[in-house]
Each structure stands twice: as C-alpha cells, then as structure tokens.
Design a protein around this ligand. Structure first.
Ligand SMILES: [Fe+2]
Ligand SMILES: [Fe+2]
Length: 153
C-alpha cells in the first residue's frame, strides 16, 4: 500500500494552499474591522501571525536554498520581503493601544506586501521548483514543510 505516498501534497501545492488561507484570514480581519468597532481581532490575528512565521521559516529552510543558484536575485528579494512582513506582523501584534485607523492602515500595508510577495512566488519561484525538482522530491519537501510549520503553531 502506498496511499501515504500518493496522497502526500507536493511542497508547491502546500504553499499555494497556505497562500489562499492567508487571503481568507486577511479578508476576515478586514470584515471584522468594518464591523461594530469592538470586535476582538486577536483570535484571527494571533494564529495567522504564527502560521505566517512558520510558512516563511519553512520556505527559507526548504524551498529557497535549492533554488538560490538558479534565481539568485528573486530569492534575495523574497528573503527581504519576508523580513518586511515579519516586521509588519510584530508592529501589528504590538499595536494593542494603537488607534484603530492606524492599525487598519498598517493591515492594508501588510496585505499589499503579502500580495506582492505571493505573486512573485507563484509566478516565478514555485514554477522553478516544479521545473527543477522531480515529483518524489516535491512530495518529500511537502511533508518536511508540513512538519516544520507545525513547530510554529
Ligand atoms: Fe509563501
Ligand atoms: Fe514567502
């Protein structure tokens, strides 16, 4: 029986699924901000932040290094974008006493940074991974990615 082998997601599928989840979580935060104004954002923001930290750490450990030679500039840019996103997440996390409009402004900036970064990953970095790694490697990386992310949540 090789069920495990055939149902294991590839790293590319896993990363894309994470990206869509982040899209939904940001949308949820925006909807709550448009609500009555006394909505507690913590239950959505805190887990999203941990997921994003795990996702980025796993990409830096498993996806970026083997592509570095092939696409040095794109990977360097992606690492810088991760640093920006981590900084923005920390600022939002520390922003408990910030004016709501200021928090909202910073959330929009985070959303734009993430959207730009995800577009780069999905249009250049993930296609390169699919081109350069065979199916077994993509699935093995997928399972390692999943394990690494779990350490963060
Ligand atoms: Fe990503
Ligand atoms: Fe990324």
């Amino acid at each position: 029986m090789t069920t495990q082998q055939t149902t294991q997601e590839t790293i590319v599928e896993h990363i894309r699924r994470d990206h869509r989840k982040t899209d939904r979580e940001i949308l949820e935060l925006e909807m709550r901000l448009r609500g009555r104004g006394d909505e507690d954002l913590g239950p959505v923001f805190a887990p999203m932040k941990q997921e994003l930290l795990g996702h980025m750490a796993a990409e830096e450990k498993l996806l970026y290094p083997p592509l570095e030679k092939e696409m040095r500039e794109q990977i360097a840019d992606a690492r810088k974008e991760h640093d920006t996103i981590r900084r923005q997440l920390e600022e939002l996390a520390a922003g408990g006493r910030m004016e709501e409009s200021e928090w909202r402004r910073r959330l929009v900036m985070l959303k734009q940074e993430i959207q730009h970064h995800v577009t780069d990953e999905e249009s250049e970095i993930l296609p390169a991974a699919r081109r350069l790694f065979d199916e077994d490697r993509l699935r093995d990386l997928g399972s390692r990615f999943e394990r690494m992310e779990k350490e963060y949540t």
